[in-house]
Design a protein around this ligand. Structure first.
Ligand code: SAM
Ligand code: SF4
Length: 326
C-alpha cells in the first residue's frame, strides 16, 4: 500500500501514454504545440515495467490518458498487456473520441473497461472553435461506438469556457434525459500553454448549475452530496443519466484525493496542479533495481502535496495539461 504522510491511500494512477494529440483544444494547448522527441518518452517495455511496479505497491485503478492515448502506436496491444498485469482491477481511458469509431471494439476486447470522452458542446461550429481541428460528427460516432462496444457507463467530459460554450451546458445536460450517460462539467484549470484564457475565462460550477436549473428545472442531489471520485452528482427531473460537476477551482477535493500521475516521459507527478515530480525513467534507464524504483515511488507518494494552491493564485506552470494527462 502506498500511503502519503496525511494518511491518504494512493492507489489510482493516471498514465499519460503520449503528449501528442490529433486536436488542439484552446484550453489545453497552443495550436503550434511542439512535442518532445520519442526517445525521451517511455517505451512499451519501460511503461509495462513501471505498471508492474505500481500494481505491486497496491495501485489497482489505472486510467490511460494523454495527450490523446488512442494516437499512441500499438495502443490496442498495450492496453491488452496492461489489462493482464496482476493487480489491475479497473482500467479506463480518457479520450477525445476521434478514433473510437474504429478502436472502441478492439479496445474493449483488449480489456479496457470504460471510457470518458471529451465533448464540450453539441454545436459543430462551436466544437470546431474549441478543439480547433475537431469534427463533432466524428466524436459523436465515437461515443455511439463506445456504447455499442459496452465501454459503459459512458462518461462525457466538458470543460466550460466563457465566451465559447457556457450556454451549451444546458443542451449537454439534456443528453441525460435520453441516455444513461454521466455528463461531467469541469472547471477550467491553469497550466502552461494557454494560461491567460485558462485564468480569465473560468466558469464556476455554481453558474453552470444555475443555467441548467433555469432551463430544465431543479437538480436532484445524489449520494447525499458525497463525491463520486472528483464529481458531485445530480440528476435532472426524469433523467436516466446523471450530471457531475468537477469543481477543482471553486470546491477542491484534495482531502479525498487518492491519485498520482505518470507522465509520458516517465515522471511520477504527485498532484496535477503542483510542479513536484519524481523522475522514474532516468533511473530505470541508468540500471536502478526494482527495489530502488519502488523506494522512489513510495518516497514520492509519501511527500505528495496536501493540495493545490489555486485559491492562493499559485499555478503549476512547468507543463501543459496534455503532458501530464488530465
Ligand atoms: N485527449 C484526451 C481528452 O481530451 O479527453 C485525454 C487528455 S485531456 C488532457 C484529459 C482531460 O483534461 C479532458 O477531459 C480535457 O477536457 C481536460 N482538460 C484539458 N485542459 C484542461 C484545463 N485547462 N482545465 C481543465 N480540464 C482540462
Ligand atoms: Fe488533445 Fe485532449 Fe488536450 Fe484536447 S484536451 S488538445 S483532445 S489532449
Amino acid at each position: 500500500m502506498a500511503l502519503d504522510r496525511f494518511g491518504r491511500d494512493i492507489h489510482y494512477l493516471r498514465i499519460s501514454l503520449t503528449d501528442h494529440c490529433n486536436l488542439r483544444c484552446v484550453y489545453c494547448m497552443p495550436e503550434d504545440m511542439t512535442f518532445r522527441p520519442n526517445k525521451e518518452m517511455m517505451q512499451d517495455d519501460e511503461l509495462l515495467l513501471l505498471v508492474r511496479l505500481f500494481t505491486s505497491l497496491g495501485f489497482d485503478k489505472l486510467r490511460l490518458t494523454g495527450g490523446e492515448p488512442t494516437v499512441r502506436a500499438g495502443i490496442v496491444d498495450l492496453v491488452r498487456e496492461i489489462s493482464r498485469t496482476p493487480g489491475v482491477r479497473h482500467l479506463t481511458m480518457t479520450t477525445n473520441g476521434v478514433l473510437l469509431g474504429k478502436l472502441a471494439r478492439p479496445l474493449k476486447e483488449a480489456g479496457l473497461q470504460r471510457v470518458n470522452i471529451s465533448l464540450d458542446t453539441l454545436d459543430p461550429a462551436k466544437f470546431k472553435r474549441l478543439t480547433r481541428w475537431g469534427s463533432f460528427d466524428q466524436v459523436w460516432e465515437g461515443i455511439r461506438a463506445a456504447e455499442e462496444a459496452r465501454l459503459a457507463p459512458v462518461k462525457l467530459n466538458a470543460v466550460v469556457v466563457r465566451g465559447y460554450n457556457e450556454a451549451d451546458v444546458v443542451d449537454l445536460a439534456r443528453l441525460t434525459l435520453e441516455h444513461p450517460w454521466q455528463m461531467r462539467y469541469i472547471e477550467m484549470m491553469p497550466f502552461a500553454g494557454a494560461t491567460e484564457l485558462q485564468q480569465t475565462q473560468v466558469v464556476r460550477a455554481a453558474e453552470m448549475i444555475e443555467r441548467i436549473e433555469a432551463a430544465l428545472g431543479p437538480l436532484e442531489l445524489l449520494n447525499e452530496g458525497e463525491l463520486d471520485g472528483e464529481a458531485r452528482l445530480f440528476r435532472l427531473p426524469g433523467g436516466v443519466g446523471t450530471l457531475g460537476f468537477i469543481s477543482s477551482v471553486s470546491l477542491p477535493f484534495c482531502a479525498t484525493c487518492t491519485r498520482a500521475r505518470l507522465t509520458a516521459d516517465g515522471k511520477l507527478r504527485l498532484c496535477l496542479l503542483r510542479e513536484k515530480e519524481v523522475d522514474l525513467l532516468k533511473p530505470l534507464r541508468a540500471g536502478a533495481s526494482l527495489e530502488d524504483l519502488r523506494k522512489l515511488i513510495l518516497d514520492g507518494v509519501w511527500y505528495k502535496p496536501w493540495g493545490h494552491g489555486l485559491q492562493e493564485g499559485k499555478f503549476a506552470l512547468n507543463r501543459v495539461m496534455s503532458e501530464i494527462g488530465g
